[in-house]
Design a protein. Structure first.
Length: 163
């Protein structure tokens, strides 16, 4: 059974997945890293081909990641907005929503210019994404873990106890 981490950009999916892998000995996969390795920089993909094309590539790597056994998988922030991706992950494991407050997300992401959907007025764009996605994350998750004020290691331990 896989552990799939979902949530907003900046919630700690990549960091927490690394901690879970270190503690549990699980394999580690990150859908954004898989995309970069196979297709190039995410910002370049968005710029040249648009978001829909990126989402198609993302579904391809979701299928590959879900085939890994006993892994912890960090997903891109918008990955679970597609029903197809949710269905694929539900078959391979449990989805954990890393719920993080908007202020915490903003503080973590300041100065990060690598996220195409946050270009421009980051605070406003982040707020809009949060409003668009948070209910979805709650709906599709098997478990929700609040990350505000917790260390990545503590979050990882909490997730492993839930599973």
């Amino acid at each position: 059974m896989n552990i799939i981490l979902a949530g907003m950009p900046g919630c700690g999916k990549t960091t927490v997945s690394t901690q879970i892998a270190a503690i549990s000995g699980r394999k580690l996969a990150d859908t954004d890293e898989l995309i970069v390795r196979k297709y190039g920089k995410i910002s370049d993909i968005f710029e040249k081909f648009g978001e829909e094309y990126f989402r198609q590539l993302e579904t391809k790597v979701v299928e590959e990641a879900a085939e890994i056994q006993n892994a912890v998988i960090a997903t891109g922030g918008g990955c679970l907005m597609r029903d197809e991706n949710v269905a694929i992950f539900k078959r391979s494991g449990k989805i954990i929503y890393l719920k993080t407050g908007l202020d915490t997300l903003y503080n973590r992401l300041q100065g990060d210019d690598t996220r195409p959907l946050l270009k421009g007025d980051m605070k406003e764009r982040l707020k809009n994404l949060y409003m668009e996605r948070s209910e979805r994350y709650e709906k599709v998750a098997d478990f929700t873990v609040t990350t505000d004020g917790a260390t990545p290691r503590d979050i990882a331990k909490q997730i492993l106890e839930l599973i």
